[in-house]
Every structure is written in structure tokens, then in C-alpha cells.
Design a protein around this ligand. Structure first.
Ligand code: MN
Length: 757
């Protein structure tokens, strides 16, 4: 697809415009916050003056000319668009720019804020943006335009192409995402004018995608705002209730909270620490989530109050912590030192929770001004401290995960995997564990040594056979905790197995194991398919190496629309097709008429863990047939073995092994299945003939027939044959029971013959 083209499925369909459209729907936009602060009724020029002021506060020598140009061109292109109130639409891009300036971003980002909707919503083209502003601005605006075409609400979320485009757009230049977050923040602030249904959809997308992304970039403040706004729209009653309850708490404890603030202030001053103390209630969604996790009611909110102590330097942070712990009773297990051990989004702070005399808990966060800046604006604050913003933008590790995701899913066509992976990356809590050399690896909470091994390197993961945690050997399913030191043991010939999928926690490890298994199974299927073709050709007297034969088969391969020999072998191996179709033109007429039915079940006939196309085979020890209750057991290198649920080979311990997978029969095809029966009969001449005639009458081919005399003077017959399914088998058995001289006719529980070729 040409770059910039809108793929069909992304184009808006009738009756369901894109989110971006809806948010920017001019007729529905109400007042915009930039226009209605304390100094309301701003003109566009007045609003732009605020943007410039905020920008210059952090970039005294910044490129104001670029901003002025963006203002002029942006205003011009949005000229005809007005809000319901008659005010210009351009207030929205200005509000976005103001946020970006306040986040201390560079001139390019702030300019892009003013231009972000131009290509999407006005007559301006990408080429014009490039001609006016150059490559850098154009690339960001292009990324934003592409993003605005993506819809991440449920129905559309499951589209790998969407997610991949989003990641690519964001991974290229993180400023695309920053402008998008500012855009979304303003859209959320002005959401109230929209219809309920649209509001909820946008709010859900914000909660599930944008707030976690902000968090991942370390932008706490933005994340809290997005979460609270989304919460208010998704659960308006809950939000109002909680808001009122927290407000009531605050009023009731006003004297107390002021006293705590004073106590902290004075204690710090007495120690000669020039610190500032701020009290605040935590963001509502944070309280709500905590209450949900602890299943507590509104009357039990204890964790609503937080203080922040900003200390001049790192050392005084620790002194302040000592003071706080001496003044109030710390709650065990709630102390976290993210200064020595920053979170992987770079967040640094000391957290501790304490008890008020009233019994309520409050939290204290202690940090330096630099750490505070970082915590408030996260990745955005890097532009303040680093020069050469473009050279540095690729180094910022918070976006490393975006690129990792893109790489990981480069060739993946399973959208569910990709989406699960993205959501997983964003939503799991993280722990930090150490390599033997002391390097930190950040992992999903609940991670195992296998996750850790994959975090080091894919090959270390594949060859992982054991692990030591803090010097002690542990099983691979051992759950790691914060601060563990992990040593991975590997063996070069070791391979990942399907069991690991049940053990690993991180989406990236999971997807790497899955692709390994898929690859392995495919290779095996290719080999099986090749063998099968050779065997069938040999049986039909066809020499595959003969040049004439080769020529015919090449042509036939094309007719069957097979992209390559390997793809064809794999299909045969997986049981999707039989060699017969390929060999057909080379077979003599009569053989064509007696075309064998497929010898193995077609792929649409069994499901492993609800998915089709997993390599499997029917176990020879119990020979399941269609309709049997079955179970799957993962084998090494031969995929999943399908056994009957009552297979004698299984005892209680293997039944509950981690190698069990759920299997079931899918749609019934035309295949038939090998099964074995046992008959007891009277010993009389013609018995064998009577039995075989009865079987032939049902058009069933006997594959193996074994008869013997019993000690009691009767006949005992073991017969292997092929039936369509259980119904067919029951029909056969009752037919046999009605044959004169047959005492019993039963299916063999296991197998007498084993593999019958
Ligand atoms: Mn916008």
C-alpha cells in the first residue's frame, strides 16, 4: 500500500465516523478551556500570546518564528470552521499547543500542536506542510493524520494492521505521541457536549490506550487527568459519589491535614532542609482502583491524602524520610525507594505510607525538583535537559518498548496476539530483578525465570533449562519478586515447549515461544508432508525424480494455487490436503476412480485449544474416531497427540500434566478413522466369511483381521477397520451382533495392532 493511502477498512463507514472526527466535530464542540479560563473571551491572538509565553518561559531563545508561522497558516486553514457558539475552531489546536508548551516541549512539537488537524480536517495537503515547514514537522503531522484514522474501540481494536500503524507512527518520533496525548487531553476536557454513546466510546479508548501510554512515558500528571476524565464519563454516578465522599473527608479532616502539613514543615526547617511541602488529595481514579482491588466501600477510603516533599537534593530526601518516619507511624510494606531504584519509565521518588492519629493512612512522596519535573511531565521533561533534541530522541528508553513491539510483531498476522501484547505491555505492573552482574531487568509482575531468560535474549529463553534465584535452584514456574537476583542455566540443545505458554507472564516471551513452536511444527509438517507424498507416489509407481514427472507436478502445483513446495508439503503434513490431488494427473484411470479417501483427518476436524491448524496426530494407542471424547497431550516435535479420554495409557498423573491441552472435534469432514473391534463367536465353519460379509455390507474396508480359537472352544477375532465416526461404529457393532454365531462385538479400549500402515 502506498504510504499515506487510507486502507479500505480504515476509511470511515456510514454511521460510524472516526473518533477524531467526532471529537473535532465542529458543530458539537462546546467551550474550549483555553478560551474560558479566568481571562475568558480570549481572541485567537490572545490565546496564541499565552502559548508563546509558556514556550518562552522554558526556551528563552526558542524558535518563535516557527510558532508564528504555524499560527498564521493553521489559523488560515481552519478559517472557515467554527464551533456551535460561532467561535473559531482554531482554539482547539491552540489549546493543544499550550499543553505542549507547558510540558516544555520544543518549538517543533508546539508548532505541530497548531497544525495537527490541518491535513486531516482542512484543504491543506501533506505536501504543503512539507513545503512550508520542512521534513521534521511534516513527518509528525503525517503520523498524527495517520493516527487519527485509527479507531481503537472494541470493534476495531482487533486489527493488527491498525495497531502496527499506531506503533510505527509513535515509534518513529515520540513527539507524535506527545502531541496526540495533548490533543486527547483537550478532547477529553471538552467531551461534555458530545452525545452519551460517543462520549463513552472515547472515554473507554482513553482509559484503555492513552492513559496507559501516558503512564508508560512517565507522564503521571497527564495520566491522572486522562483517567479521571475518562472515569467521570464512564461511571458518572460512581465518580460523583466518590468525589463527594473524598471532599467530605477533606473538609472533616481539614484541621488535621493542616496540622500535619505544619508539623512536616517545621520539622524540616528545624533540620535546616529548605524543602517545600504540598498536601493534596490523590486522583480519584487512583483511589477508586485501590478500593476496587481491596473491595472496600466508600466509607472505608483511607488512602485519599498525599503529601509531597520537594527537597533540594538527593541526600536531603533521605533525611526528610527519616524525619517523617520519626513523626508518624509508618505502615509496614508500603515503603518504596524509587530513588535508588527508578521505575522503568524513569520515575524517581521515595514513597511511604503513614498513619494519622485518626487512623486514616496518608502517603508521603519525597523527591528533588528534577525528579518532580520528570514525574509530572515524564518523557517531555527530557527536552529541557538534553540538547540536540533530534539526536537524542532515539535514546529515550521509554519509547524503546514501542519499537520492540513493532519488531516483535513484524511478521505476525494474528491480531489477537499483537493486541494482547500491547495491552499487556501497558497494563501489567512491573517488578525489577537483577542479573548476576547486577544489571536490572524490568519484568511483568508474576514473571517467571523463563520471562527473565527471554528478557535477556531470545536464544537464552529458548535454551533455558533451569534457574537459580538468590543462589537457590528453583523450578521454571517459580514466581519472581522485586529485587530477586536470577541466574539462568541453559543448554544449547534445549528447546521451548508448549507447556511454557501456561507458565510465562510477559506477552513478549509468550509470543516468542509461540513463534518458535509454530516454526518447529511447520518444519515437522513439511517433513511429514514430503514423506507422505513420496510414499503415495511410490505406491502408485510414480518416480518423483523423473524430469517429465517433475514438469507435470510443477504445473499441477500452480493449478492447486500452492505458493511453494514447502507450503504444499506443510499443508499435506497438517492434513489440509492429500497428495492425491497433486498426483491425480499421473494416475491411470482406474486408480483415479478408486481415489483413496484422505488417510488422516483434515485440519478442520480437530481443534486444539480452540484453534485450527496446530500440528497433531491421532494416537495409535487408542485410535480416537470422530465424536469420541478426546484429550490432547503435547509431544516433543510431533505436535499434539490426540487420545481418547479413556485411553489406557493415561493415569491420573499424566492426565493432570501441564502438557495437557484442550482439544475437541471441529466440523466433520469426509475423512474416516481407524478403529479396532473385538468379537467373540462360536466356533463354526464359515464364521470368518459371515463376519467379513457383514462388514462389507456397510462398505467398510477391513485393514487387518486376526482370528484365533479360545480355550473354551470359541472364536476370538480382532479387526482393524476404518469408520466415519462413532455413529458409524455403533451401526457396525450392532450389525455384527446380529450375525448368527456372534456372542459379543465391542470396540477395543486401547489397540491390539498399534500402528497399521
Ligand atoms: Mn485535534
Amino acid at each position: 500500500m502506498a504510504d499515506g493511502a487510507v486502507p479500505q477498512e480504515l476509511a470511515p463507514r456510514e454511521g460510524e465516523g472516526r473518533v477524531a472526527d467526532e471529537v473535532n466535530d465542529k458543530s458539537e464542540l462546546g467551550d474550549l478551556s483555553i478560551a474560558c479560563g479566568p481571562d475568558s473571551c480570549l481572541t485567537l491572538d490572545g490565546a496564541f500570546a499565552k502559548v508563546k509565553e509558556a514556550f518562552l518561559a522554558h526556551h528563552p531563545d526558542g524558535d518563535v518564528a516557527l510558532l508564528e508561522k504555524a499560527f498564521k497558516i493553521g489559523r488560515e486553514s481552519h478559517r472557515t470552521q467554527v464551533r456551535k457558539s460561532g467561535e473559531p475552531f482554531f482554539f482547539h489546536p491552540l489549546a493543544v499547543s499550550l499543553s505542549l508548551a507547558e510540558w516544555r516541549l520544543d518549538a517543533v512539537s508546539v508548532a505541530c500542536g497548531m497544525l495537527h488537524d490541518t491535513v486531516e480536517d482542512t484543504l491543506m495537503t501533506m505536501n504543503q506542510v512539507k513545503a512550508e515547514f520542512g521534513e521534521e514537522v511534516a513527518e509528525i503531522v503525517d503520523g498524527l493524520t495517520k493516527m487519527s484514522k485509527l479507531d481503537f474501540t472494541d470493534r476495531h481494536l482487533l486489527n493488527a494492521e491498525n495497531v502496527r500503524k499506531l506503533l510505527v507512527a509513535m515509534g518513529k518520533d515520540v513527539r507524535v505521541l506527545l502531541v496526540k496525548l495533548a490533543d486527547r487531553l483537550h478532547n477529553m476536557q471538552t467531551l461534555s457536549v458530545m452525545r452519551e454513546e460517543k462520549r463513552r466510546r472515547i472515554a473507554r479508548e482513553t482509559m484503555e490506550l492513552y492513559a496507559p501510554l501516558a503512564n508508560r512515558l512517565g507522564m503521571w500528571n497527564v495520566r491522572s487527568q486522562l483517567e479521571d476524565l475518562a472515569f467521570a464519563n464512564l461511571e458518572p454516578e460512581r465518580y460523583a459519589e466518590l468525589n463527594a465522599a473524598v471532599e467530605a473527608k477533606r473538609l472533616k479532616s481539614e484541621a488535621l491535614t493542616e496540622e500535619i502539613q505544619k508539623t512536616l514543615d517545621e520539622a524540616l526547617k528545624a533540620q535546616g532542609i529548605a524543602a517545600r511541602v504540598y498536601g493534596r488529595s490523590k486522583h480519584l481514579f487512583g483511589i477508586w482502583k485501590k478500593m476496587g482491588a481491596q473491595e472496600k466501600g466508600l466509607e472505608e477510603i483511607h488512602d485519599w491524602l498525599a503529601y509531597r516533599i520537594i527537597c533540594p537534593d538527593r541526600a536531603s530526601c533521605y533525611t526528610a524520610m527519616g524525619l517523617v518516619h520519626a513523626l508518624y507511624k509508618p505502615i509496614p510494606g508500603r515503603f518504596k525507594d524509587y530513588i535508588s531504584l527508578p521505575k522503568d519509565n524513569g520515575y524517581q521518588s521515595i514513597h511511604t505510607s503513614l498513619l494519622m492519629p485518626s487512623g486514616d493512612a496518608f502517603e508521603v512522596q519525597i523527591r528533588t525538583p528534577e525528579m518532580h519535573d520528570h514525574a509530572e511531565s515524564g518523557i517531555a521533561s527530557h527536552w529541557t535537559y538534553k540538547e540536540g533534541r533530534i539526536a537524542n530522541r532515539m535514546e529515550i528508553n521509554q519509547v524503546a518498548f514501542l519499537r520492540r513491539m513493532v519488531q516483535l510483531h513484524q511478521d505476525s498476522s494474528d491480531s489477537r496476539e499483537l493486541v494482547a501484547s500491547l495491552k499487556g505491555e501497558l497494563s501489567f505492573r512491573r517488578i525489577q530483578v537483577f542479573t548476576p552482574k547486577g544489571d536490572v531487568k524490568s519484568l511483568t509482575e508474576g514473571a517467571t525465570p523463563i520471562d527473565f531468560a527471554y528478557a535477556i535474549h531470545t536464544q537464552v529463553g529458548h535454551h533455558c533449562v533451569g534457574a537459580k534465584v538468590n543462589g537457590r535452584m528453583v523450578p521454571l514456574k517459580h514466581v519472581l519478586v522485586d529485587g530477586d537476583r536470577v541466574d539462568i542455566l541453559t543448554r544449547p540443545d534445549h528447546k521451548p515447549s508448549r507447556d511454557w505458554l501456561a507458565i510465562v507472564k510477559s506477552p513478549s516471551a509468550k509470543s516468542r515461544i509461540q513463534s518458535f513452536i509454530r516454526e518447529e511444527e511447520r518444519n515437522h509438517a513439511v517433513q511429514m508432508g514430503k514423506d507422505r507424498l513420496e510414499r503415495d507416489a511410490h505406491a502408485a509407481g510414480i518416480h518423483l525424480d523423473h524430469p517429465d514427472v517433475k514438469a507435470v507436478l510443477e504445473k499441477r502445483l500452480e493449478e492447486l494455487k500452492q505458493p511453494s513446495w514447502d507450503a504444499y508439503y506443510a499443508s499435506v503434513g497438517f492434513g489440509r490436503i492429500t497428495p492425491y490431488r497433486l498426483l491425480e494427473p499421473l494416475l491411470p484411470e482406474p486408480q483415479r476412480l478408486r481415489a483413496p479417501k484422505p488417510a488422516t483427518v483434515g485440519v478442520d476436524e480437530i481443534l486444539v485449544d480452540d484453534t485450527i491448524g496446530v500440528l497433531y496426530h491421532l494416537a495409535h494407542c487408542c485410535k480416537p474416531i470422530w465424536g469420541d471424547e478426546v484429550l490432547g497431550y503435547v509431544t516433543r516435535g510431533r505436535g499434539v497427540a490426540i487420545h481418547r479420554a479413556n485411553c489406557p495409557q493415561f493415569n491420573a498423573s499424566t492426565l493432570h500434566s501441564a502438557r495437557r491441552v484442550n482439544v475437541g472435534w471441529g466440523k466433520q469432514g469426509h475423512s474416516d478413522f481407524e478403529t479396532e473391534i473385538v468379537l467373540t463367536t462360536e466356533d463354526r465353519p464359515g464364521m470368518v466369511l459371515a463376519i467379513s460379509e457383514a462388514i462389507q455390507r456397510l462398505s467398510i474396508n477391513i485393514q487387518r483381521f486376526q482370528g484365533s480359537a479360545t480355550e473354551l472352544g470359541g472364536g476370538l477375532f480382532h479387526i482393524a477397520l476404518r469408520v466415519k465416526d462413532r455413529v458409524h461404529l455403533v451401526e457396525l457393532l450392532s450389525t455384527l451382533r446380529s450375525v448368527r454365531g456372534v456372542y459379543t462385538a465391542e470396540r477395543v479400549r486401547g489397540s491390539v495392532f498399534g500402528k497399521v500402515v
